[in-house]
Design a protein around this ligand. Structure first.
Ligand code: FEO
Length: 420
């Protein structure tokens, strides 16, 4: 492996980035005898369609107690990075306990590599979904123990408590709490897709961290807001010094901020904010979109304009989630909406943001059949958004007079709905 790496063979093709033994990779102590030993995926830019412009961090944590305990692992190509960091603290063969909070492979992918080094370690995961999922992915030859909410595990000075958080965001998810350290190892919950050299929230720009946390929630957790709400209620009962998620920075100085943000997001609260989302062929629908933006601005409401050709859907969703007003624009194309807007609306449906607080409206141009905007209108009705108006449609090219009138009508409409 070393040889192929040095010869320039793409390591990812081998499914394993060999960093151990070549680079000095360090563990970071986040609390007395609790070490961050994760992987930094600086250059990952796409995760299942989610634009990860700041990369991804796969956080894993090593607790040095009487029983050496590893909380989660990394995506498989980062196994050597994980092992190198662990090795700085302890021989990996000494690992007694591996807590797998979540089956998804960005956290469990390095389990086989860890178990090769520590074959007698016991893997704790939620029962039955976590155990079943791990066996499906990695076989049943390991020592598995299934746990449920309220189960505890003594590892020395510390007692770990497990809380199942099903559907946040897979059926198997759970979180692990160390009362001794006052740390909640929250896995995906409270995560953000950020790669950074600084492990803690306040060592990174606040606005960036909060935006990435919101983007993560909007695109990953949102469909399970009801379940996230229940998990949040449990988290609120804990004495917390840190929330250590499996992605991004560790919450230490802004714990209350992220809990309050989750409170708002799980309640599906919206702001006086607007997204105008469209695609266009010969710019008629774009002109309509810009007139709508001017109308919303005239109503004194924050507005964001997104051409679907230019913006990742995950970025749009990050803004759309808490927008009260949403306009969707498409021309009629072969008797339908454009495939780009159909794709985005399918993405929206998957995230099931059924929220009557979203006020939506379809718009767009047409040549000989008013079909595209009407099709979007029908989807918006299916999504159970509050429909602001019948579809706004313009034949062929919008005139200056038409655009001025559209701007004025949108301004009046938004003003009438403000603070309602
Ligand atoms: Fe970060 Fe659901 O995996």
């Amino acid at each position: 492996m070393v040889k192929s790496f040095l010869l320039g063979v793409t390591p990812l093709l081998e499914g394993f980035i060999y960093l151990g033994g070549i680079l000095m990779l360090h563990a970071e102590e986040i609390s007395k005898d609790v070490w961050w030993v994760g992987g930094l995926d600086w250059n990952e830019r796409l995760f299942h369609g989610y634009a990860t412009e700041m990369g991804i961090t796969y956080n894993a944590y090593l607790i040095m107690d009487e029983k050496v305990t590893l909380i989660d692992t990394t995506k498989k190509p980062f196994a050597s990075e994980l092992i190198e960091r662990i090795s700085e603290i302890v021989d990996p063969s000494k690992i007694d306990i591996l807590v797998a909070n979540h089956v998804e492979m960005d956290h469990s992918g390095s389990i086989p590599e860890i178990m090769k080094l520590a074959p007698n370690a016991t893997i704790y995961a939620s029962a039955p979904q976590g155990i079943n999922g791990l066996k499906a992915h990695y076989g049943d030859e390991y020592n598995y123990v299934g746990v449920k909410t309220g189960d505890t595990l003594e590892i020395g000075k510390r007692t770990l408590t497990f809380v199942q958080t099903p559907m946040v965001h897979w059926p198997d998810n759970m979180v692990t709490y160390s009362a001794y350290d006052k740390i909640l190892f929250s896995n995906d919950a409270f995560g953000q897709h950020i790669t950074t050299s600084k492990r803690f929230d306040s060592d990174n720009p606040y606005e960036t961290v909060m935006y990435q946390a919101e983007k993560y929630y909007a695109n990953i957790v949102q469909p399970y807001s009801m379940q996230a709400r229940k998990a949040l209620d449990v988290v609120r009962t804990l004495d917390l010094k840190m929330i250590a998620p499996s992605h991004g920075v560790i919450w230490k100085d802004h714990i209350e901020d992220i809990l309050n943000a989750y409170e708002s997001w799980t309640n599906r609260e919206v702001k006086e904010k607007c997204c105008v989302i469209y695609d266009t062929m010969w710019h008629s629908t774009e002109l309509m979109a810009r007139a709508i933006v001017s109308g919303v601005m005239a109503a004194g409401v924050e507005v964001h304009l997104y051409d679907l050709k230019e913006n990742p859907q995950s970025d749009i969703m990050a803004q759309m989630m808490d927008s009260k007003y949403i306009f969707f624009g498409t021309p009629t194309y072969n008797s339908h909406m454009l495939p780009s807007i159909a794709g985005y609306l399918t993405y929206v449906k998957g995230l099931s943001p059924t929220n009557p607080q979203h006020h939506a409206m379809a718009f767009g141009s047409y040549g000989w059949a008013q079909l595209g905007p009407k099709e979007v209108h029908s989807v918006l009705q299916d999504l159970k958004f509050e429909i602001m108006s019948e579809p706004e449609m313009c034949n062929w090219l919008p005139s200056k007079e038409y655009l001025g009138d559209l701007e004025n009508r949108v301004a009046e409409l938004v003003k009438s709905l403000k603070e309602c």
